[in-house]
Design a protein around this ligand. Sequence first.
Ligand code: ADP
Length: 475
Amino acid sequence: MFIAGEWAQAASGQSFDVFNPATGEKIGAVADGGREDAARAIAAARDALAGWSAATAYRRADLLSKAYEIMVARKEDLARQMTVEQGKPLRMARTEVQYGADFLLWYAEEAKRVRGETLPSSRPDQRFLVLRQPVGVVAAITPWNYPVSMLTRKLAPALAAGCTVVLKPAEATPLCAVKMFEILEEAGFPAGTVNLVTAADPAPIGAEFTENPAVAKITFTGSTAVGKMLAEGAARRMKRISCELGGHAPFLVLEDADPVHAAKGAAAVKFLNTGQACISPNRIYVHRRLMDPFLETLEARVTRLRGGNGLEDGVGVGPLINDAALAKVDRQVKDAVGKGARLVCGGHRLMEDGLDRGHFYAPTVLAEVTPEMTIYREETFGPVAAVIPFEDEDAALAMANDTDYGLAAYVYTPSIARAFRMMEGLNFGIVGINDINPTAAAAPFGGMKESGLGREGGHEGIAEYLETKLVGLSV
Ligand code: ADP
């Protein structure tokens, strides 16, 4: 762990092991922190707050830029760490490191653009000022699916705003977090501004984050169930909270779309990170007239994807993160097939050539999926494309919106009128129109409904870490 500028073991002296999901091999061990360690890290962040929030925006920007430069110089090392710890193919890991680094640079720039306001008053002897100030100590909890970029997406805007941070990474991917904190240390952030607490059991750390009065704000990325629990805890002390939670993205291929182009897009985005992304398409609605060419292209693309160890050339899909994830995917596929879905390809674990030692599932396409199937509502987080036919566009839009989630949605159509109808009618925080990658450090990312609260990235991202203070001044 990294607390008050020092690398530290857990107070208990315990550690826990980290495994490669592709091979089952142990790849390292980290401190197994408990509540006491979280409290110590929060105290360090509280002690560092006055100094860091008083540092000029230019100084904060300078350190974030240094961290950016170190991170880019270490791209290969970070990417390899990610592949062995999380499983994604090396090429994708490199892309994620760059995406993660982009947040450091973007918020280095945004730090210098935190603006207040002056407002007119109805009294001639009064002036109004609106100040933007850091919220205070931030507690961050991050997931394993994007084990580098989810850290910088929180750390960079918080630090840019003048907040100090305690971060708890996911228990499956703490080694990437350790490497990121080595970079922050080297960049020269003052002791206590950034603190890392690793733990095998997240619950006591989460409890300390919500109950410790020194924490002003919680920022979380993970499952909706845990997000709701943390939000309840935060509510008891009226702490600020941002949550980026689960999703169940619809992917609509409208009647006038090119089915081959759309299927290529679906194949690319669905199997990214082995489907373990909150913006992964979960329900692919295809106009019935386009179904045959769409499925033909999708199947051809998907059967070409090679599953395997992400360090090997030519591997397109890595393993799932653990046995539970594998079991969930298999259960959803069996349920769908049992209820009448047609298995186009895949539908089984990958066992050959030593893959049985990892958590591999064959890239899978299911056709004729219906609302009665579990996969239609439950987040999949795995390499399964569920395809649903439709005939009426308004009905398809209603079906797309018929979910408790509201993170991402995708639409394929060449018609600008249809594109507008869809972008305005879809109740999702992110909409890709003929576009499968609607994310960037400069763009606000986040969900509606049970997909979360708040936005990360863009100028919205730093606002989550700023408090608004009104000053009335008699002159
Ligand atoms: P997933 O099911 O995808 O692993 P989780 O929501 O369980 O999603 O995990 C996301 C992050 O939330 C991880 O860092 C994990 O350790 C953390 N987490 C899980 N349970 C709790 C909890 N009770 N309190 C605080 N953090 C938690």
